[in-house]
Design a protein around this ligand. Sequence first.
Ligand SMILES: *[C@@H]1O[C@H](CO)[C@@H](O)[C@H](O)[C@H]1NC(C)=O
Ligand SMILES: *[C@@H]1O[C@H](CO)[C@@H](O)[C@H](O)[C@H]1NC(C)=O
Ligand SMILES: *[C@@H]1O[C@H](CO)[C@@H](O)[C@H](O)[C@H]1NC(C)=O
Ligand SMILES: *[C@@H]1O[C@H](CO)[C@@H](O)[C@H](O)[C@H]1NC(C)=O
Length: 301
Amino acid sequence: MMLAFFILALVSQGTRLVASQRLPANIFILAGQSNMAGRGGVINSTKNGNFTWDGIVPPQCQPNPSILRLSANLEWVLAQEPLHADIDYNKTNGIGPGMPFANAVLTRDPAIGVIGLVPCAIGGTNITHWAKGGFLYDQLVRRTQAALKNGGVLRAMLWYQGESDTINREDADDYKGRLEKFFKEVRADLKHPRLPIIQVALASGEGRFVETVREAQLGTNLLDVQCIDGKGLTLEPDRLHLTTPAQVQLGQMFAHAFLQSLPTPIRTSSNSAATLSFLVSDHFVGFLFYSTFLFVGLQII
Ligand SMILES: *[C@@H]1O[C@H](CO)[C@@H](O)[C@H](O)[C@H]1NC(C)=O
Ligand SMILES: *[C@@H]1O[C@H](CO)[C@@H](O)[C@H](O)[C@H]1NC(C)=O
Ligand SMILES: *[C@@H]1O[C@H](CO)[C@@H](O)[C@H](O)[C@H]1NC(C)=O
Ligand SMILES: *[C@@H]1O[C@H](CO)[C@@H](O)[C@H](O)[C@H]1NC(C)=O
């Protein structure tokens, strides 16, 4: 009976040990506006003028124990669609590129380790909203710093934004300068001067100046900034948002761009950092306590 208790205690600690190994080794920021937050499968019901998500999650977007997301409460949880539900909370969220991206990376490089996604996108935001000092900028930096607290490596920022900057000619003309400033400031504040950034050249826009913004995106001339082209991806009837199949395709394009930019497949050493932080945590102290207890217990039996 006592032995059973000890074994139970040990087993329960064992699951915690396993859980500790599941901290993300590879951290990715997801930022931008609605097409990054995800509107795949969201329809404006003609009956009541409400936006509802159809709830369809294709195989490429299914949860995977090796994909976590940082919740609005700054906790690592199993990642599930819609990824941005608690971040872009004023809107109806659907399928975005984050899950198909992470699943595609794991399929192509299974040894990469656990992926941690940090959703930060908010629908309807223009590039000025993302300027340093504003809420969105601060939230991005704060959430990323929290994500890195227990180890892991910041691998890239996936960025899809600009639809709201296509309405006025002046805003479209200023987009390139504002975007590059934003990228530079994020890198400086995250102390990662060559943080890989993968951005999307717009598939759609709210106004007439889509081509001007696309040119800015395709012509961004900063080291380690890649641009994948969203042109031609299928859109919902609103002609603004990517459909679920288009988001799956985009996620795979992100994954391809990320993996081909790596010099060699990642064989992480960052898991050891995560384990190390566990060793100094109170879970470990508890584990030591139980171990000692078990040892003494076995002596008695
Ligand atoms: C949604 O649909 C309703 C009813 O058809 C329409 O009045 C409304 O303008 C639509 N809203 C948007 C944002 O498209
Ligand atoms: C959406 O539709 C439901 C059901 O018709 C209704 O109860 C709800 O108030 C609507 N919400 C909004 C924001 O219009
Ligand atoms: C949600 O809406 C409220 C009220 O308009 C606003 O104060 C808040 O900033 C919005 N938050 C997001 C994330 O859109
Ligand atoms: C961004 O949106 C804000 C508020 O809606 C507006 O004041 C500003 O002019 C917009 N800026 C751009 C570049 O579109």
